[in-house]
Design a protein around this ligand. Structure first.
Ligand SMILES: Nc1ncnc2c1ncn2[C@@H]1O[C@H](COP(=O)(O)OP(=O)(O)O)[C@@H](O)[C@H]1O
Ligand SMILES: N[C@@H](CCC(=O)OP(=O)(O)O)C(=O)O
Length: 377
């Protein structure tokens, strides 16, 4: 179980290059310093970093930024290992180990892959390793890509149930108009947990830095998405001194978006999202009692499998009389559960030859039913 806070930090190209065309080592070292300090206080951090294309251009001696997608992908493929090599070196200064996680939208749309990605993040964080995430640009064509890392970071924040998402950019936050066009435009300090007004959507213009992808519009969309799954979002200036540390210390900086729901509610919505759940498992009295007391569903309590399901699906959990008691996200497919139903968890590995853990459904991923209605997990 998680103890401390969990924060996703997203850095855009404009921050990493400090406005120039090269990645800025001092900027990246400073990022590593801040993140190491915050992590030492027991905060989990996930870094979503752009910069692969900028790094690729640097390696190849600054070719024009191409419009042709495969050429952009080529630059990202060249730049990503360079970007990671720099991070590996700079985080090592502060005794931090890092890992690369490359994702596309398709990875998070598929429930099985969603779960796999989430488990990998959990395993990395548990091991004290900093995940550094970017879009998997080389395979990311229009239909399957996030398209910008603002959106990617919001999805990652939902995936790992982050408390905060900090979007670092080259402006102090979201302004009432693009400050590059309207000097003196006012900074918006707080966006309340209500629908975002049209005026604000109109204020958020596209990117002007030439290197970044989405400008403020993608940040506003990302902020809106993340706050709907229970995350507090900040848009703030990447080169402001100790920016991450100060936000974590509750200083009022940049633009803050209040979360609209709790993580619990978000989890429940994910479980119930668009699923006409038919398949499931029947469980014995002991297991039903354990669930009602906050326990997870283990193989030993399962007496029967009904229908077919995949790892990551939402399934029905029925008691001995066939009454629906909960819906839950399953870590194993129906054919796997068939094989180990009624057995002890420590036998899973010898039966399957691998394991995703001792629970079939974790208590945190259940929604209980009362009189046919859902109640909170
Ligand atoms: N309302 C606004 N407030 C702040 N910045 C804005 C606004 N509208 C457009 N922008 C532009 O968005 C840019 C940041 O987006 P982008 O270049 O994509 O950065 P990043 O690389 O950090 O993702 C700013 O430099 C600014 O010119
Ligand atoms: N995946 C691309 C970045 C895409 C992106 O969203 O860039 P940015 O607007 O600078 O955050 C890269 O690494 O270059």
């Amino acid at each position: 179980m998680r103890k401390g806070k969990r924060i996703v930090v997203k850095v855009g190209t404009s921050t990493l290059t400090d406005g120039g065309r090269r990645l800025s080592p001092p900027r990246m070292v400073d990022l590593a310093r801040q993140i190491a300090l915050v992590r030492s206080k027991g905060v989990d951090i996930i870094l979503v970093s752009s910069g692969a294309i900028a790094a690729g251009r640097e390696v190849l001696n600054y070719p024009e930024l191409p419009r042709f997608i495969p050429k952009k992908q080529m630059l990202a493929a060249v730049g990503q290992p360079r970007l990671m090599a720099m991070y590996t070196e700079y985080f090592a200064i502060y005794g931090q180990r890092v890992a690369q996680v490359l994702l596309t939208r398709a990875d998070l749309m598929d429930r099985k892959r969603y779960l796999n990605a989430r488990d990998t993040f959990e395993a990395l964080l548990l091991q004290g390793i900093l995940p550094i995430v970017n879009e998997n640009d080389t395979v990311a064509t229009e239909e399957i890509r996030f398209g910008d890392n603002d959106t990617l970071s919001a999805q990652v924040a939902a995936l790992v149930e982050a408390d905060d998402l900090i979007l670092l950019t080259d402006q102090a936050g979201l302004y009432e108009a693009d400050p590059r066009v309207v000097p003196g435009a006012r900074l918006i300090r707080e966006v309340p947990a209500e629908e975002i007004p049209d005026t604000l959507w109109e204020a958020a213009g596209g990117s002007r830095s030439g290197l970044g992808t989405g400008g403020m519009l993608t940040k506003l969309r990302a902020a809106d998405l993340a706050r709907r799954s229970g995350t507090t979002v900040w848009i703030a200036q990447g080169n402001e001194e100790d920016i991450i540390i100060r936000i974590v210390n509750n200083e009022k900086l940049g633009t803050r978006f209040a979360p609209m729901i709790s993580h619990l509610e978000g989890r429940k919505r994910y479980l119930l999202a668009g699923h006409q759940v038919q398949a499931g498992v029947w469980i014995d009295k002991g297991a039903a009692r354990a669930l009602s007391r906050g326990g997870s569903l283990l193989p030993v309590g399962i007496i029967r499998v009904e229908g077919e399901f995949e790892r990551g699906d939402t399934i029905r959990i029925l008691n001995e009389q066939g009454k629906l008691i909960a819906l839950g996200l399953t870590y194993y497919s129906s054919s796997e559960v068939q094989r180990f139903a009624g057995k002890h968890s420590d036998q899973i590995e010898s039966i399957l030859g691998y394991t995703f853990g001792e629970e079939v459904v974790h208590h945190n991923h259940m929604v209980f039913m009362r009189n046919g209605e859902h109640e909170s997990a």
